[in-house]
Design a binder for this molecule. Structure first.
Ligand code: AMP
Ligand code: MG
Length: 400
């Protein structure tokens, strides 16, 4: 059996990064930058005031205090968005607004709260160092500076930065389109009556939501019955429509199942027994350069295997460099036993308490008990064959 880390590494090595495309800035949130961006302009583009107040020569207010104010004559008012028209010479000041351009001659801004203007004169009750309350040209970003590298995840701050760099169109990696197929004669679509022996198809919906959450574009391809020809037709149609294919069900070891033989005919598919619970049987491969993920049918297994394997793969396709969620230590509130020879990914509620995380499991943990995930906000990892007492720590990660 492969460990989770070995299996994931092997799988990720084969995952292609999708080509880039140009997109309008407002359609780039969540995408990954596919170019390096040097600044073509200074930010800010000119020296400006960080305060509403008075632009002065620091030397003129050197000894100013509450008792001994400096008195300066006000030569003009400079609003944000307008260039000054007057120079500030000895004994003078310009009224200035936040973001307005500094006038020639002035080298500091006194904030309004320590001044008092009467007519064309202003009393200044505090001194200031040269450069005080001035934002200098290029102090945020200097022209020519590399601001963002290829591979940068475009979150709101990056979008804002792209706008301040005047980038209206940006090269980003394509997001993967992902076709999703459920398999099994027992599955019933929503709205249909449940005949004896049938169950609702939940995986397709859960996987659809997971693909969206991972930044992919899901394509619902319905249910494939346990019929070889029909399954092959649906899998091929799904693959033709998307950058990747996810199937659920029919990959268990020793099972007489049509899914495995159909997957084998699509491309280079490996059937893996990964040393994890839930989710031991999994199938991975590439067909026509497109990844295929054959997930187990049990609802918890399907969701957990997506989280640990498919999510990082979709992130890689979309150009991300950080593929895994961070793990941290959490303290158990109860004793847990893993008699299995496989790592158990238990569903847990992780809460911050006194500067550390504590973990409480979410009740029965069978791979069909979807409620164990609904109650959880994270996974904890119980190594094979151990009992951990309350108070001991485990590796934990948040989900979703
Ligand atoms: P399989 O891997 O196909 O043998 O399925 C394992 C278990 O998961 C069986 O109990 C199936 O009925 C169940 N199962 C398979 N596919 C789905 C699905 N799409 N939604 C809910 N349960 C499923
Ligand atoms: Mg099945």
């Amino acid at each position: 059996m492969l460990s989770v880390e070995e299996a994931r590494e092997r799988m990720l090595d084969t995952i292609p990064i999708l080509p880039s495309e140009k997109r309008e800035i407002l359609e780039c949130t969540g995408y990954v930058l596919a170019e390096a961006l040097p600044a073509t302009e200074n930010i800010p583009p000119f020296d400006n005031s960080a305060m509403d107040g008075y632009a002065v020569r620091a030397a003129d207010v050197k000894n100013a205090s509450e008792k001994n104010p400096a008195v300066l004559s006000v030569v003009e008012m400079i609003a944000a968005g307008y260039a000054p028209t007057k120079q500030v010479t000895a004994g003078q000041a310009s009224r200035i607004m936040t973001g307005a351009m500094m006038p020639q001659g002035a080298n500091a801004v006194i904030m309004q709260e320590v001044t008092q203007q009467e007519g064309d004169e202003v009393k200044i009750f505090e001194s200031i160092d040269p450069a005080g309350n001035v934002r200098f040209t290029g102090e945020s970003v200097a022209e020519g500076q590399q601001v963002m590298q290829d591979g940068k995840h475009l979150r709101p701050p990056e979008i804002s930065m792209l706008a301040s760099l005047n980038c209206a169109e940006i090269a980003v990696y394509r997001k993967p389109t992902v076709a999703i197929v459920s398999t099994g004669d027992e599955l019933t679509t929503l709205g249909e009556p449940l005949e004896p022996g049938k169950i609702r198809d939940s995986n397709r919906y859960g996987l659809y939501a997971q693909v969206e959450e991972a930044g992919g574009i899901p394509i619902d391809m319905g249910i494939a019955p346990d019929d070889e020809a029909e399954t092959e037709r649906i899998f091929r149609a799904a693959l033709a429509k998307a950058d990747a294919l996810i199937t659920s069900g029919g990959v268990s070891v020793g099972e007489h199942d049509v899914v495995k033989s159909v997957l084998t005919r699509l491309g280079e598919i490996n059937f893996w027994r990964v040393a994890m619970k839930p989710g031991k049987p999994q199938a991975y491969g590439i067909a026509d350069g497109k990844p295929i993920f054959g997930l187990p049918g049990n609802p918890v297994s399907s969701l957990v295997v997506f989280e640990l394997f498919v999510r990082p793969a979709l992130l890689k396709m979309a150009g991300h460099k950080d593929l895994l969620r961070p793990t941290f230590e959490a303290t158990l509130t109860e004793t847990v036993t893993n008699r299995d020879g496989r790592v158990n990914y238990m569903r847990a509620i992780l809460t911050a308490s006194d500067g550390k995380y504590i973990a409480e499991t979410t009740g029965p943990q069978g791979s069909g008990i979807l409620h164990s995930l609904v109650l959880a906000n994270g996974l904890i990892t119980i190594p094979a064959g151990v009992t951990l007492e309350a108070g001991e720590t485990v590796a934990a990660q948040f989900l979703f």
